[in-house]
Design a protein around this ligand. Sequence first.
Ligand SMILES: CC(C)(COP(=O)(O)OP(=O)(O)OC[C@H]1O[C@@H](n2cnc3c(N)ncnc32)[C@H](O)[C@@H]1OP(=O)(O)O)[C@@H](O)C(=O)NCCC(=O)NCCS
Length: 187
Amino acid sequence: MLRQATPSDLNVICKAFQARRDVFPHVRADYVRRACEQGRCFYDSGVVIIWQQYVKAVRLGDVTVPQGNVILHQILNATNERGTAAAVFQRFCEFVTSLGVNVNLYLTVRESNQRARRFYEKLGMRSIGRIAWAKGTIPGVIYAKFFARRPPSSQFKGFLSVFAFSSRPAPDVIVNGDRPRLRRRDA
Ligand SMILES: CC(C)(COP(=O)(O)OP(=O)(O)OC[C@H]1O[C@@H](n2cnc3c(N)ncnc32)[C@H](O)[C@@H]1OP(=O)(O)O)[C@@H](O)C(=O)NCCC(=O)NCCS
């Protein structure tokens, strides 16, 4: 199981984000604190992952993420150790699969962030759409990982089981024809 960030981690996590303002210009302490309080921030082996499972469908650039899926909002390796972020990310994927049989993983990344894109691709994410931030001046890529697995005997035993998602398989990603919507927070 991944380690949840605790209040005593907040300082060091915020400092790590501050040190990477180039990648995360909009991440503020109150945002990190809220994610921690809501149990949406892992801090394990020096790697931070902030994520959210959405009860409703979410529009992400030219993609609609169906309800119940997870969006990874930020990942940051605060260590210089190679391989650590990959191991934590793999465990995060296992966590996502534990949330329910229809739950898949989505994220966005700046097109120019070659290191992160290589990292995601190496770990089995595939590019499924486009997004842009800052009035269209910063292009980004949407990645997803669709997990292949058998339905467990008790469906939706995960984190948001209280929300009674449809028992039908989630539709595959819906790609809209419209222009990407701007979003501030995702990196
Ligand atoms: C994204 C991140 C978590 C990946 O963790 P990491 O520890 O760097 O992961 P890895 O060491 O496995 O490196 C990823 C790949 O990028 C490659 N890489 C390293 N530096 C690179 C560079 N400057 N340009 C392009 N690729 C690079 C590595 O060689 C590696 O590929 P390989 O395993 O095939 O050699 C980490 O780089 C990070 O915290 N970046 C800053 C925050 C960020 O960009 N987050 C993502 C925002 S969406």
